[in-house]
Every structure is written in structure tokens, then in C-alpha cells.
Ligand binder design. Structure first.
Ligand SMILES: [Zn+2]
Length: 297
């Protein structure tokens, strides 16, 4: 690597560190969601996923789940697809009203992107190895990422504060913004405080909760009305409601968030990671079940 290249990459890394708030769940969150999803994939679905993954993933979906954040600057068009904002102080979400980018282009938001990439994967059913007009590897990586993002409450936050990005707070002693607290800080603090700084232990704990604590809720998490393949509008509605009830509450600009906030919000974060994982698996299972059926016919 040449010196200037190294410098540029260094510079890009610094830029990434300076704008962490807009990225969606941090790397850990996205990885955890996809690790959870992997456990609930059917055999057909797992085979289809493995066929679509890039070689670098070595058969592990979780490895590519943060990818959409890494290409945000390169794929400039994709940056509006990580979130959907609602009018200020409206604690509800409506696709027609809210799903657009800052230029007003319709369908360019996280829920629109989830519909789009689900459609791309589901419609390329003939044979996933045959030529499709879509890049299905990217469709899978985007879908897996955006199902995660739409479950982060502040990815469906208010337009005026950019989903909490402009609300400067302290997380214990560190200066940051509210969006970043929900993307990364709550998970980071949980890892350090409860999970021996080991993400695998945190993922195991969430999986255990799905099996025991939330086992009665899991079927309703997986279910979409009208037998739809995916239902991101529901996930977004839940998110904005959680944003109002938990994320924005007691987190005004300049406030210091510590134990009270951390301990009462961590269960929300862990449940959203669990729901995102379960729903991503259910969606992929529906997409690839249709494919298997059509292939058989
Ligand atoms: Zn994202």
C-alpha cells in the first residue's frame, strides 16, 4: 500500500469515527442480529443464503451484516435507506407520509428499501444461480442490514433532530449524541458491565431469552398480516413508539445519561435485537420457501 493510500484510508477511518451517529446499529448490533437470525433459518433458506454470500463471508451471514454501513460513502445513493423520520413529535409512522428522502423522492427510506430488496430476492426465484437483473448478493446484504436498522428506535425518530443525531448528551462522562447512544453505547456498556466484553456471550443470553422468556411472543414477531413476506411498516411503527416512550424521554439536549437510563433501556435494546433477528430469519425463510416451491414445480 502506498503512503498516500494509507493516508486516505486513515482519513476515511477518522471521518467514520466522527460521524458514528448516522450509521445505524453499530457493528456489534448488526452482527448480533444476523447471528440470531442464522439460528432460525430453515435448511432451504440457509442453503440459499450461503449460495448468495460473497466468498469473503465464508458462509457466515453475520459477517456481512454491517456491510451496508461500510459502503455508505461509496454508494452515496444508499445513505437515505438506513432510516425513516417522522414529523416532529409525532409518535406514529405512515409509509405514504414518511417514506421519502430529504429531496422528497418517494420510497427512499428504510421501509421502502426492505420492500424493494425483498421483492428483488423473491422475484428472482427461477434459480438463484441463473442471471438475475438484480445483484442478489447485495440485495441479501442490504435486506439483512435494513431489517436491523428499522428495529433501532431512533432510526424512526423525528425529522427535526435527525433521529436524535443533533441531541448532544453525555453518556456517563463521554460527550456524544442520543442516536449514537442507541446505536452503540448501550450495547458497549452492556458488554463491559454484564458480558465480560464478549459479544458471543451477549448473543447467547439473548438467544436464551428468545427460547425461554419470549417463547410465547416469538410466533407473533414472525407473523405478517395478509401473509405478506415482510412487514417493515409494523417494525417502524413499533420503533417510533419506543423512541417516544424510551429513547427521547429524559434525554433532553445537554443531559447526562447514566445508570437509570442505561438499566431501564437495555432491556428494550436487547428485545429489539432479538425481534430483528427472528424477523429477518422469518422473512428469509418465506422468500426462499417460495423459491424452493417454484423450483420443485
Ligand atoms: Zn445502517
Amino acid at each position: 500500500m502506498g503512503g498516500s493510500e494509507g493516508f486516505l484510508i486513515g482519513k476515511a477511518l477518522i471521518l467514520l469515527l466522527l460521524v458514528p451517529g448516522i450509521l445505524g446499529w453499530g457493528k456489534e448490533g448488526h452482527y448480533a442480529i444476523c447471528k440470531i437470525a442464522e439460528k432460525y433459518l430453515t435448511e432451504d433458506s440457509l442453503a440459499a443464503v450461503k449460495q448468495l454470500l460473497p466468498e469473503s463471508a465464508e458462509g457466515d451471514l453475520a459477517v456481512v451484516c454491517p456491510w451496508a454501513d461500510e459502503v455508505r460513502f461509496h454508494y452515496h445513493w444508499s445513505s437515505a435507506l438506513h432510516y425513516v423520520d417522522t414529523p416532529d413529535f409525532k409518535c406514529n409512522y405512515k409509509y405514504c407520509r414518511d417514506c421519502h428522502d430529504t429531496y422528497g423522492h418517494k420510497d427512499r427510506c428504510v421501509t421502502g428499501a426492505i420492500y424493494n430488496y425483498t421483492m428483488q430476492l423473491a422475484s428472482s426465484y427461477e434459480d438463484i444461480k441463473s442471471e438475475s437483473k438484480y445483484n442478489l448478493t447485495e440485495a441479501l446484504m442490504f435486506l439483512s442490514h435494513f431489517v436491523g436498522d428499522v428495529h433501532q428506535p431512533l432510526h424512526v425518530g423525528f425529522t427535526g433532530d435527525l433521529g436524535g443525531n443533533t441531541i448532544v448528551v453525555r453518556w456517563y462522562r463521554r460527550k456524544t449524541n442520543l442516536h449514537h447512544v442507541w446505536d452503540t453505547m448501550i450495547i458497549d456498556s452492556a458488554l463491559k458491565t454484564f458480558y465480560d466484553s464478549d459479544l458471543a456471550i451477549m448473543i447467547q443470553a439473548i438467544q436464551k431469552n428468545i427460547t425461554y422468556g419470549w417463547s410465547n411472543d416469538k410466533p407473533s414477531w414472525e407473523h405478517c398480516v395478509r401473509n405478506d413476506t415482510v412487514c417493515p411498516d409494523l417494525y417502524a411503527s413499533e420503533s417510533v413508539s419506543l423512541a417516544c416512550k424510551f429513547a427521547y424521554r429524559n434525554a433532553t439536549p445537554g443531559s447526562t445519561l447514566q445508570d437509570d437510563y442505561f438499566l431501564s433501556r437495555l432491556p428494550i435494546v436487547e428485545k429489539r435485537l432479538a425481534q430483528a433477528g427472528v424477523r429477518l430469519a422469518a422473512t428469509l425463510n418465506r422468500i426462499f420457501a417460495t423459491q424452493a416451491k417454484i423450483a420443485e414445480a
